[in-house]
Design a protein around this ligand. Structure first.
Ligand code: SF4
Ligand SMILES: [Zn+2]
Length: 313
């Protein structure tokens, strides 16, 4: 592993390297989709995802590019429920909904607490509501939101990596104990959680990236999450591109994602998904890419191992 002391790796440095953010409207989600996902109860369900437009996350993680679709001013009161109300008619019949806000749902600058009741009533016909949460922002107010919901709450938490030094360098301002405490707090109140695990964060070789992603999945399950999503790390936020130019970061390969997903499934400790958004970024072969993407999607939905795709590459 290489580490280069010339990068401050603090919020100021990370922000100073950013390209321009996208123009977004605070009264409209910046995207939405409906996908199939295997639910915790073993059934494949239509799952709506609303990409909410709101104020940027309070944290400034080294690898994060979610800020691109956020605003710099506080989210106007009523804006989040308006966005959800506008989008729900496009998602009729979904059983699960992800209210993803490019940050922490429980960050009150992004999603005002005063809106929790209204949001909960809007999604009252949906079995499972999934939101993202930074461990340090999961608290009594999260329980309040859960209490207002008709369906079940599931909180997705970025564990990122259990490598202590790299986790510190990610500027996430949390450690593995914070993650563990948040999961236990949720479990104590019968709220499920899923972990986001990074595949090959900066300052790791390909081999180290695979090793630490596997360790992180094991840690997440041992500490009580019900599901893990493996996210291959990509450039594109400025800071990561600079690290890549200097040889301190490289995109993981599709082979590594396959290896880590197969490992996670073999644990039989809970659901394990590979994030397949922008998957082409990690492929080096046009001949097998679609088949390999399809294979990962099949494993995501079945949680069964599927024979590897063979290709001359
Ligand atoms: S906490 Fe999540 S959303 Fe916020 S900067 Fe870090 S990775 Fe991005
Ligand atoms: Zn190939």
């Amino acid at each position: 592993m290489r580490s280069d002391p010339v990068y401050p790796l603090d919020s100021e440095w990370i922000v100073s390297n950013r390209p321009k953010r996208n123009k977004i409207d605070s009264l409209m989600p910046y995207g939405w989709s409906v996908e199939k996902e295997l639910s915790f109860d073993g059934r494949v369900k239509d799952t709506g995802i609303i990409f909410l437009s709101n104020q940027e996350c309070s944290f400034k993680c080294l690898m994060c590019d979610l800020w691109k679709n956020t605003t710099t001013s506080p989210t106007p009161l009523g804006a989040i429920s308006k966005q959800i109300k506008l989008t729900l008619p496009h998602m009729k019949g979904v059983k699960q909904i992800k209210l993803y806000n490019s940050g922490s749902f429980f960050d009150e600058k992004s999603v005002p607490f005063e809106e929790y009741d209204k949001i909960a009533s809007l999604v009252s016909g949906i079995e499972t509501v999934i939101v993202e949460g930074h461990p340090l922002l999961i608290n009594e107010k999260s329980l309040y939101f859960n209490d207002q919901l008709y369906g079940e709450l599931e909180v997705a938490i970025g564990l990122e990596t259990v490598h202590p030094e790299i986790l510190r360098k990610l500027n996430k301002k949390m450690n593995v104990e914070d993650f563990s405490n948040a999961v236990h707090f949720l479990n104590d109140h019968q709220i499920r959680s899923r972990a986001f695990i990074l595949l090959r964060p900066p300052f790791m070789s390909e081999k180290e990236g695979v090793y630490w992603a596997k360790k992180s999945i094991e840690f997440a399950f041992e500490n009580g999450v019900e599901c893990c999503t493996v996210i291959p790390v990509r450039p594109g936020n400025g800071a990561m591109d600079l690290l890549m130019e200097n040889g301190d970061f490289n995109k993981p390969s599709l082979d590594s994602l396959e290896e880590v997903l197969d490992f996670g499934i073999s644990l039989k400790a809970g659901r394990v998904f590979a994030d397949t958004w922008d998957l082409h970024l990690f492929s080096t072969c046009n001949a097998c890419f679609e088949k390999r993407k399809h294979r990962l999607e099949k494993i995501n939905l079945s949680q069964e191992t599927v024979q590897k795709i063979s290709c001359g590459c």
